[in-house]
Design a binder for this molecule. Structure first.
Ligand SMILES: [Zn+2]
Length: 163
């Protein structure tokens, strides 16, 4: 199991692109949602180390590093660099109130995805609640987490803290 959080980073040379399994499962999920007249699309998928460097630096410039660290990863620590992550739709708090977000929370595990940064787990994941950010872990583990309510750090018994 590949884990990327504030404790576990990736080298700049790790550049897998969006993993085919992640893309295929997202497409299958999106098709299922479409049958219920819901629209799920990729707002953001794979991001390289360099992409993240630009994003993070911009946030630090506008909000300062302490604030930026609560919602954006430092380069090398973004889960988007794994190629196993998709941000759905609009990537803002308003997404959480949409029928798409409710559907995603109930069905993502069937396609192998987890809501990676759940509400109430901010101190454990190290990130604010992000209803749009899903991580592919396979349906077996995703279903386990869905049923137990654990986040990935709890399941793997690991921390998420910068050194
Ligand atoms: Zn994300």
């Amino acid at each position: 199991m590949l884990i990327v959080n504030k404790s576990y980073g990736l080298p700049a040379t790790f550049e897998p692109g969006l993993e085919p399994i992640c893309y295929q499962q997202f497409q299958a999920m999106s098709s299922a949602a479409a049958k219920e007249d819901l629209s799920l699309y990729i707002g953001s998928g794979y991001r390289s180390y360099h992409d993240q460097e630009i994003i993070y630096d911009n946030y630090v410039k506008s909000d300062g590093a302490d604030m930026a660290d609560t919602y954006s990863a430092r380069p090398g620590y973004s889960e988007h660099q794994t190629g196993l992550v998709i941000d759905c739709n609009t990537i803002d708090d308003a997404f959480g109130a949409t029928p798409e977000a409710a559907w995603l929370a109930e069905h993502a595990h069937e396609y192998g995805f987890i809501i990676r940064y759940p509400q109430g787990k901010e101190d454990i994941t190290g990130y604010q609640y992000e209803p749009w950010h899903i991580r592919y872990v396979g349906s077996k583990i995703a279903t386990k987490l869905y049923k137990s309510g654990q986040c990935l750090e709890e399941y793997l018994k690991v921390d998420s803290k910068y050194e």
